[in-house]
Write a new protein. Sequence first.
Length: 310
Amino acid sequence: MSDQIKYLLDESRMPKAWYNIAADLPVPLPPPLHPGTLQPLGPSDLAPLFPNAIIAQEMSTERYVDIPEPVRDVLCQWRPSPLFRARRLEKLLGTPAKIYYKYEGVSPAGSHKPNSAVPQAWYNAQEGVKRLTTETGAGQWGSSLAYAGGLYGLDVTVFQVRVSYDQKPYRRALMETWGARCIPSPSPETEYGRAVLAKHPDHIGSLGMVFSEAVEVAAQQDDTKYALGSVLNHVLLHQTIIGEEAILQMEMAGDDPDVVISCVGGGSNFAGIAFPFIGLGLRGGPNAKKRRILAIEPSACPSLSRGKYA
């Protein structure tokens, strides 16, 4: 067959470092603010929730952050993930464009989320943490952290939005199979959850609620930390292994994308594929051609275009 479809990067070429876009931004991003004081967050503010290594990554402005060898050993179970040329879609559309897609469904949890769950669990285990709490909506992040926690002997508690808990029993089963405890939220296990249930016993839950419950538990126990699957700098950093691989695979295909497209919710998937390509443009040089970067979100719940984060 002459028309190649799959571009498979050898394990030996899997990136050894994550890319940090903060190093190349023309203007530094404003610091996140403490919700209570509205002052810039510092390492001490994050210490009750995250291990020191994760806090350092959250604050880092280094362009590249080394991926620890034990983490690379686990990631190699499914990485590098394949890049596909969508030749049949091109034919169906009748387009002269070449369409490629990076497939992250090869991970044990079936999504890109273990790219961050594994290093987060490893860093926590290295610092003696015994338990992780987190939240999940549909269950992709919860199942990924359950998988990662099982690798390092961590007890994982997942608060899942109640409506998803009821609608997606197989995702819950996956979390429990990997040893995590999955709790429908709002729950009677936290002060926040009990307050919600007192007013709305049948509340279907929300991402804000599961976040509040997971953080409350982590902040109250010395041997427990919190893990987040999107939004924060260190999570976006871990996901850039996707784009770093894609750059090498596009070179294998003899192409260079004019447009990079990704879905965006909390930002981890978008950052993973887009940030390394954006970085090429920001740094200049022979690979700094102008690329169009498209972030695609659902019109039912927009957050970037005309919606607001809750």
